[in-house]
Ligand binder design. Sequence first.
Ligand code: C2E
Ligand code: CA
Ligand code: CA
Length: 740
Amino acid sequence: MTDELIQFINDTESPDIRQAIQVLPWKILVVDDDHEVHNTTQFVLRDQYVFGRPLCLLHAYSGLEAHKHLREHPDIAVALLDVVMETEQAGLDLVEYIRDELKLTECRIILRTGQPGYAPELAVIHEYDINDYRTKAELTHTRLISTVSAALRSYQQLYAIAQNRRGLELIVGAAADLMEQHAISGLAEGVLTQLTALFKLPLDGIVCTQKGALSGGDDQHCYVVSAAGRYARYIAQPLETLPDRRIVSAILASVSQGQHQFGTDYTVLYLKAAPHQEAAIFLDTEQALTALDRPLLEVFVANIAACFRNVKLVERLNYIAYHDPLTQLPNRLQFIADLDTVAQTQVDTVAALLDIDHFTDLNDGLGQDIGNMFLVAVAARLRTRLGPECRLARVGADVFGVLGPESQVNATNLLALFHDPFEVGEYQFPVTITMGLCRNLDNADSGITLLKRINIALNRAKRSLSAHYEYYLAEMEDNTRWRVEVIRHLRQDFQSGKLRVWYQPQIALATGAVTGFEALVRWPGDGTRGFIQPPDVFIPLAEYSGLIIQIGVWVLEQACAQYAQLAAAGFGSLKMAVNVSMAQFRKADLLEKVVYALEHYQMPPSLLELEITESIAMDEPKVVLQSLEALKQLGVQIAIDDFGTGYSSLGQLQSLPIDCLKIDRSFVSEIQQGKGGMYAETIVGLSQKLRVDSIAEGVETLEQAGFLRGLGCTTAQGYLYAPPMPAEQLNEWLRQYTKK
Ligand code: C2E
Ligand code: CA
Ligand code: CA
């Protein structure tokens, strides 16, 4: 059976009926095996309007046909059923089908029977919620109309109650959804959406709350936290900015009286989640909400209040998760989130990381409390001196993040913030900073990427001796990727034993005799491939990655082992010079490793010379001095490498327990064609004043050797005598050289 069987009471296509159809007719199901009953029913009910709606009859001639209609039209309002059809029980079976199978509880059922004897029992009438039971004879013209009307009224009420129940379920569901909302604005938006859906209103409304209910707001004013439709542009504005006074006064009345307001064309819901957490929700309802709607609203409000409480809690947790407890500034996570939003939106914004120089010294020297007070002071200065359009964060222990317009976030402006010293208690700290900055934030895909970039620039700046800041450039990153790859490769090759130590002889200038060797690490490639990278390239990377600590110990052991091998061959008086990096000094066990290597290879400590670069010795004397003194006590010799390239003062030099100054290659190469070398001369003179030896590196010509000898320089090292050589060649070279 199809929809063809749905016949309207009046089949004529008169325009007013057409219009009426659009008013949604009541669906009446007529089930009877007697065609005549269908005809009379149709005749009687045609043109009838009940509660302003026309009737639409669905006809079925058997119980089974009725099943189909019922399945397809769950909104059948009234079913007029014949009790006896294909079976004596067919009508009652249908009732059972409607109530038990299809669970259509709202549909009203009127049973009709030919004979009075077939009346169902009272219990059945109750159980199946049957509205009426009549003999067909009883259902005369007027009786039928009034019975159907009464049934429709009953259906309408039941339908409304069911709708409300659905509304309640919706509210409970909405509350569960809204519980997931962690921001007041998201919650408020959700509330509006749910409310307008619940009451089938256009999405148009306002949610206001005391600003004090939000983190960091004042208690004085109501603010629009969410709005939809034509009010959307007032979000985040004070309530008073709304041009419609009617709305403003309705919301204010609601908040001051602590009550809902029901106007003729609007409703304001009042919501109180906690003593200082109130909100008002304004809805344009066009007409007054019905009595049926109000209890629903009450339930809604009660449920939503719990959500608001929840949001407060989550906001608090969020605040904790995204803020630094010491300075109250946003933390690294928040900074990344800020960068994230900026990455997608703003164009002429600059992001910077400010790293306080030597903060650890301050913290170690004066204690953590002073250190903390100092950090708070830095945060306070950033807050007061930078405009509100700048976002700040504490990104690391002594690293601050700044994000804002280039007019403020630029190197000059930020460096200027640190011109004046910081006052902490009775102390005054002059402070310098190192910065990484990044422009063109919009061409990164995420906040994390941006933070990485600023970090790259910052690390660049830190490694530079002269610059206090660097702006990020794409080349830096390519360089970083390359560096990371080289480090990975180096670590792998070191661990699989592919590194080698080569040795370069050192010669006494006065006698021409070999005094010892400098151990120099090499990174050979596989087979015929020369070197993968020269030490000038990979040693700084090994230092940067910390790998130099392991490599350094290994070179030391190799050099001592080589000494033992030379001693066994009769060259037991030759020295071994080994380069030591800063990172090795920072590690507490350097002395232990040296002692171990010397003992293990039975090498006299005085034959081991450790070379440290001038910059190490002078920049961080605190770190090295103790170790140097302990090594010195042991009898190990100390040489200052690359001397002349740093900025040591005579006073500093005198305080270090050293045995030798190594004149940097660049000063030796100046010595040529009759022109002396002024620096070489000064350094040799200095070494004599300090009563320490001097070694010239990179001696390539006889002329240079002669000039240095003339100055009284003790030792020389360079291609003139020999390049660095693999261990296997040493014995042979020594034999050849000493023969001369
Ligand atoms: P350095 O300590 O100043 O080493 C001297 C460098 O000068 C060596 O370069 C050596 O091969 C080179 N050289 C020697 N004679 C001449 C010469 O006559 N002319 C010229 N132009 N160069 C000469 P190399 O081996 O490439 O080492 C470079 C740097 O790598 C070293 O400079 C040192 O700072 C570092 N290095 C090498 N091995 C180690 C090591 O085992 N540990 C540490 N920490 N650093 C190392
Ligand atoms: Ca050296
Ligand atoms: Ca050197």
